[in-house]
Design a protein around this ligand. Structure first.
Ligand code: ADP
Ligand code: MG
Length: 142
């Protein structure tokens, strides 16, 4: 486990870009952090690193948004508003999680019981004592 400190949205975006450049098909990342911490900024960086040109919007009302034109498919989940875990079955989540793309799940901790055995957990936290634009980003291999 290690953490990275960023001091601007651009730095968080660049971290995401590096993660996207290094991503391998079939990987699953979860993304945890309160509203406004930078989950979308990081995700936009990841998309850039995957060479996706389309704009990334939060899949709040659809749970998953798929992007097909990058270096590999990118499946962006936001499970914040999920009610029952059965909703994930209805979406056919296994085709994404165990497919040949990169899966990123915002609020992935809420669907713990169906996460794969191994995934990468990315957590973003603020610390106002270090400034309003400071973020500590922890990456943990599970
Ligand atoms: P979330 O998706 O987690 O709700 P967003 O990515 O939409 O958050 O928004 C993060 C906000 O915080 C943006 O307005 C961004 O400009 C700002 N911000 C300030 N500092 C940082 C930083 N170090 N990393 C990421 N975002 C930052
Ligand atoms: Mg967001």
């Amino acid at each position: 486990m290690h953490f990275i400190e960023t001091f601007s949205p651009e730095e968080t975006f660049q971290l995401g870009r590096t993660l996207g450049e290094q991503a391998q098909p079939g990987e699953v990342y979860t993304l945890i952090g309160d509203l406004g911490t930078g989950k979308t900024v990081l995700t936009q960086g990841i998309a850039k690193g995957l060479l996706i040109e389309e704009p990334i919007c939060s899949p709040t009302f659809t749970i998953v948004q798929a992007y097909g034109q990058g270096r590999m498919p990118f499946y962006h989940f936001d499970v914040y508003r999920i009610g029952e875990i059965e909703e994930m079955d209805e979406i056919g989540y296994e085709d994404y999680f165990y497919g040949q793309g990169l899966t990123m799940i915002e609020w992935g901790n809420l669907i713990q019981e169906i996460l794969p055995e191994h995934y990468r957990e990315i957590q973003i936290v603020k610390d106002f004592e270090k400034g309003f634009d400071y973020r500590r980003i922890t990456i943990k291999e599970i």
